[in-house]
Design a protein. Structure first.
Length: 301
């Protein structure tokens, strides 16, 4: 009997079973960590803390005809506001009509949905990855606090999906810019990849929307807005695990730490121009975007 006539040998399928077991273990471990964190956060009164200070509270001020922005001198780590641009606050002001607990639930659901849609937009179809992503500690922490970072994730995911559809991509990108302008380094990616029309349309849409948003609140707080950005950023300077904060913990001054972080961002941005892969360029542009937040620390220190 030659090799072609021999019956196929039975091969064990332990590989697939073990793969499923590992996924379940990761999911359970992530769920325990995530829900443990949420319980701890709830005990500290921190569920929806970012949402209250950055969206719900300012939205209430907008609805009552008051400025949504505090005086920069009042901003501390214990009285912190993330000064989102006026269009963001105006568009989301209606959620402040709801009681805080109900509004927090609606907002957390919207953030979770944004993450799922973002994963779908970039082509992920494995439902196990969706489940693990939702119970991962960084995602659960962001959702639990009500942080708007998930909206940036959705904006950049849709920008990538529609990178060759100027109108759609411009709307997606401009929405992200109106949540946090730190996404501006992606303009470099667009120009480097000759997507000039998309970049111009996004700049025009974001500029007009910003003007309309500030006009809607009577331009309250516009003159002090750069100082407010600086105060909020400096208040958080030693409270997370970014490059700047690690360098601060090493004993460097805020100015030197911010400059080092900014130089790293510049290197990432230059790398996004010189690499050949479109995906690598995009990823480096996003990494550089986070470092751009240190610009005002250096200018005003």
């Amino acid at each position: 009997m030659n090799d072609q006539e021999r019956p196929a040998r039975w091969r064990p399928t332990f590989g697939r079973h073990w793969e499923s077991v590992i996924v379940v273990i990761l999911f359970v471990f992530g769920a325990v960590l995530a829900f443990g964190y949420l319980n701890w956060l709830d005990g500290q009164g921190g569920i929806g803390g970012d949402f209250r200070s950055t969206t719900w509270g300012p939205g209430e001020a907008v609805l009552n005809g008051r400025s949504p922005y505090p005086e920069p001198d009042l901003v501390t780590l214990h009285f912190l506001t993330a000064p989102y641009p006026a269009p963001y606050l105006v568009v989301l002001a209606p959620i402040s009509l709801l009681p805080f607990d109900l509004a927090t639930g609606v907002w957390m659901t919207a953030l979770a949905a944004s993450i799922l849609v973002a994963l779908w937009a970039v082509g992920l179809r494995d439902t196990r990855c969706y489940a693990i992503a939702l119970v991962s500690l960084p995602v659960m922490a962001s959702i639990g606090l009500g942080n708007a970072t998930a909206l940036l994730m959705l904006s950049t995911a849709l920008l990538w999906r529609w990178r060759d559809r100027p109108h759609h991509g411009a709307v997606a990108f401009s929405c992200g810019l109106l949540v946090k302008p730190i996404l501006w380094p992606l303009f470099i990616w667009l120009l480097a990849t000759r997507r000039t029309r998309l970049s111009v349309e996004a700049a025009v849409i974001a500029s007009l929307a910003a003007l309309a948003g500030w006009a809607a609140i009577g331009f309250d707080g516009l003159a002090e807005y750069p100082a407010l950005l600086r105060a909020a950023s400096n208040a958080m300077a030693s409270n997370n695990l970014l490059v700047t904060n690690v360098l601060l913990d090493s004993g460097l001054s805020l100015r030197i730490a911010a400059l080092s972080s900014l130089l790293l961002g510049a290197c990432l941005l230059i790398g996004s121009i010189w690499v050949r892969s479109d995906l690598d360029r995009f990823a480096l542009g996003i990494a550089a975007a986070r470092k751009s937040a240190d610009l005002h620390r250096i200018r005003h220190r």
